[in-house]
Design a protein around this ligand. Structure first.
Ligand code: MN
Length: 166
């Protein structure tokens, strides 16, 4: 029994150290004028102005394959940055890992999202998500059942709609 506990403890200790050294290696401070978020994942590539307002960076973390038809990725939104309106044919889950921002399903009030928030958006519902004006946002996105499609992009979120989010 004691031996078992010791083994469990050493595995725990090893994994904690393993995780922290891994984090240190990949850790990236994301700097901007107004705040500083700690990136868990690399920042990735800037999202195009056709689908994002402001500076948003995307990196794919998990590709879909024939068995797991799910994609996972990370987006870092600088303050004021947001997605266009869009929908996901199979829905989307967002897990906010840092910062403060907004999520809005069309026709519903804006939801304030921040580190620790989890958002479920149903299939084929128009929504947008992004950072607050003063603080950036980091989010993990999970899109299941990608055989149905990943995203359908629509028009930009106007400053008027965005300002109403405050
Ligand atoms: Mn979305």
């Amino acid at each position: 029994m004691i031996a078992k506990v010791k083994i469990v403890m050493s595995v725990l200790v090893a994994s904690v150290f393993g995780l922290s050294s891994c984090n240190n290696k990949n850790e990236e401070k994301i700097n901007n004028d107004k705040n500083e978020l700690t990136g868990i994942f690399p920042k990735g590539k800037k999202g195009p102005s056709e689908t994002f307002t402001g500076n948003a960076y995307n990196i794919g973390l998990v590709d879909a394959d024939s068995i797991l038809t799910t994609v996972v990725g990370n987006v870092y939104f600088e303050p004021g940055a947001r997605s266009n309106w869009h929908s996901h044919p199979a829905g989307q889950i967002l897990i906010i890992t840092d910062g403060v921002g907004y999520h809005q399903i069309e026709g519903q009030p804006v939801e304030i999202i921040k580190k620790g928030s989890i958002v479920k958006c149903p299939p084929n519902v128009r929504h947008w998500h992004g950072a607050s004006a003063d603080v950036g946002l980091q989010q993990l996105y999970i899109v299941p059942n990608t055989e149905k499609g990943i995203v359908n992009w629509n028009e930009a979120v106007t400053d008027e709609v965005y300002k109403r989010a405050k």
